[in-house]
Design a protein around this ligand. Structure first.
Ligand SMILES: [Zn+2]
Length: 169
C-alpha cells in the first residue's frame, strides 16, 4: 500500500492509547519505516536511461520488510521512549500492520507480488505472499485510505471538542 496509508494507519494506532507525543511519533514512524528500502526508486528512476542504470528499487524493495528489522526498530524505539512497555509492543505491531497491508494490497502494475522476506537476511525460507493480493491502485486501497482519513478527521474533531470542553456537555 502507499506510504500515506501506512502513515495514517500508524497514526491511528498511536492515538488509540494514551501515549506521550514522542511515543505517538515513534509508533507512527514504525508504521512507515519499512518502506525506506524503497528509496532506491529515486536512483533507479534517474539512471533508467543511462549506460549503467541503478536497479536499487528492483533489487532492494521489501528487503527491510522483515522480522529482524522489526526487532531493530522496536529496540530503537524502546531506547528512545519513556513509556517503555507500550513502546515495546506498539511499534512492533505498527511495523507488522505495515507488512499485512503490503501483503494484501501491493501487487505491482506488472502483477508482481513483491514477496515479503520475513526472515531476511538470515533466511529466504519464509517469503510471504497471498494469492488474493490486489493491485496497488485497486478500489480496496482507496476505500481503506478514505476510511483512515475519515477516522483521522473524526479523532481530530473529538480531540478538539474535548480540549475546548465541548465534549463534556
Ligand atoms: Zn512496505
Amino acid at each position: 500500500m502507499s506510504p500515506v496509508t501506512h502513515f495514517l494507519t500508524g497514526w491511528i494506532l498511536a492515538n488509540s492509547a494514551s501515549l506521550s507525543r514522542r511515543v505517538r511519533a515513534l509508533v507512527t514512524l514504525a508504521g512507515v519505516v519499512p518502506d525506506i528500502d524503497g528509496l532506491g526508486i529515486v536512483a533507479e528512476y534517474l539512471t533508467r536511461n543511462s549506460r549503467h542504470p541503478l536497479e536499487w528499487f528492483s533489487a532492494y524493495h521489501h528487503s527491510l520488510h522483515s522480522l529482524p528489522f522489526a526487532v531493530v526498530v522496536t529496540a530503537a524505539t524502546f531506547a528512545l521512549a519513556t513509556q517503555r512497555w507500550k513502546t515495546a509492543s506498539l511499534p512492533f505491531l505498527s511495523f507488522h500492520i505495515h507488512l499485512l497491508e503490503d501483503l494484501v494490497g501491493s501487487r505491482g502494475p506488472d502483477r508482481y507480488q513483491w514477496p515479503i522476506p520475513y526472515l531476511m537476511p538470515f533466511s529466504r525460507a519464509c517469503e510471504l505472499t497471498w494469492h488474493g493480493q490486489w493491485m496497488l491502485n485497486a478500489w480496496p486501497n482507496f476505500a481503506i485510505a478514505i476510511s483512515l482519513l475519515l477516522l483521522t478527521f473524526l479523532s481530530c474533531v473529538e480531540a478538539r471538542a474535548f480540549s475546548t470542553g465541548d465534549g463534556l456537555a
